[in-house]
Design a protein around this ligand. Structure first.
Ligand code: BTN
Length: 322
């Protein structure tokens, strides 16, 4: 059952009558609870007949969103919410070692040492983005771990499409792109032995408000707020992400790559495009497909088909690559 806080989490007025009916308590009990919440520091406005309104702004406090979850596991383990951490991925690793269950998460208002792919730094200023890491203990062999990255990209693409109505696409393996600029990055960290995965940390950074990324990245990065007339609350994006991620991971665990391949292909902005690969493999060609391990199959300009497992892939027309 929802709490009063969750009923008010949309930021609109909700009448005392409706709260008392939905929670099955008296109007006097609603009032007493509102007084207690105010004493605990929550700002709740009374608007006479209109009822009560929470002025929590865009807070990510789990008290405001866990009641909206329809998931069985994700967001239902240990949920850490912090004003500032070094990196939410680092916090999750500590939680994993201390035995936190599958589906636990850490969400922070800001990170002082946010981590990006390939050893890069990730800027995560206070309140500007959705900086979240999810702990997974999946039932998958280690060689399928890269597919979790693809699921996370699909889940976040669904979340921003559903909450903000924007046409987010996936640049292989896991960047979300809109109008040619980067909206979200994903960093997967794995602890496994040769036969099984101990745990996976899925760190996701989504630029939501203006100021989420450094000004010098203006040509390559974008935030949700720049793409839509009504920016969604970060907790709405988080709840949709957890819902989509649980559904996609369940499909991946049951059916393998075939369970998620069609949706990944339909959301990709890499497939059928001209690409330039740099890193362990250097090559220019056309991205033809993804294989069952999550590798990108690129037809080089010499006509040979090559598997790309990692590295930087530039896609023509995306993030400044002409
Ligand atoms: C990338 O595109 O380079 C990946 C960026 C991943 C950033 C997120 S923010 C939440 C989580 N914590 C981190 O330190 N990194 C990830």
């Amino acid at each position: 059952m929802k709490s009063i806080l969750e009923m008010l989490s949309g930021g609109e007025f909700v009448s005392g009558e409706r709260i008392s009916r939905e929670l099955g308590v008296s109007r006097a009990a609603v009032w007493k609870k509102v007084v207690a919440l105010r004493e605990a520091g929550w700002q709740i406005e009374s608007g006479g007949k209109r009822g009560y309104r929470l002025t929590a702004g865009d807070s990510l406090d789990p008290a405001l969103w866990t009641g909206s979850l329809t998931t069985a596991r994700y967001g239902r383990g240990e949920n850490r919410y912090e004003k500032e951490v070094s990196s939410t991925n680092t916090v999750i690793k500590e939680m994993a070692l201390a035995g936190a269950p599958d589906g636990s998460l850490c969400v922070a208002e800001s990170q002082t040492a946010g981590k990006g792919r390939l050893g890069r730094a990730w800027s995560a200023p206070e309140g500007k983005g959705l900086w979240v890491s999810l702990l997974l203990r999946p039932n998958l062999p280690p060689h399928q771990a890269p597919l979790i990255t693809l699921c996370a990209a699909m889940a976040m693409a669904r979340a921003v499409r559903e909450t903000a109505g924007i046409d987010a696409r996936i640049k292989w393996p896991n960047d979300l792109i809109c109008e040619g600029r980067k909206l979200c990055g994903i960093l997967l960290e794995l602890s496994a032995d040769p036969d099984s995965i101990e745990y996976v940390v899925v760190g996701t950074g989504v630029n939501i408000h203006e100021g989420a990324y450094p000004p010098e990245l203006r040509d390559r990065a974008v935030s949700v707020g720049e793409l839509t007339a009504k920016t969604p609350l970060r907790r709405e994006v988080l709840v949709r992400y957890l819902t989509a991620m649980e559904e996609l991971m369940t499909r991946l665990e049951r059916q393998g790559f075939d369970g998620v391949a069609a949706e990944y292909r339909s959301l990709s902005c890499t497939l059928s495009s001209r690409v330039q690969v740099s890193g362990a493999v250097e090559l220019t060609g056309t991205a033809e497909d993804i294989d069952e391990t999550g590798a990108l199959l690129v037809r080089g300009d010499d006509g040979e088909l090559r598997r790309v497992l990692s590295g930087d892939v530039s896609v023509r027309g995306v993030m400044g690559y002409a």
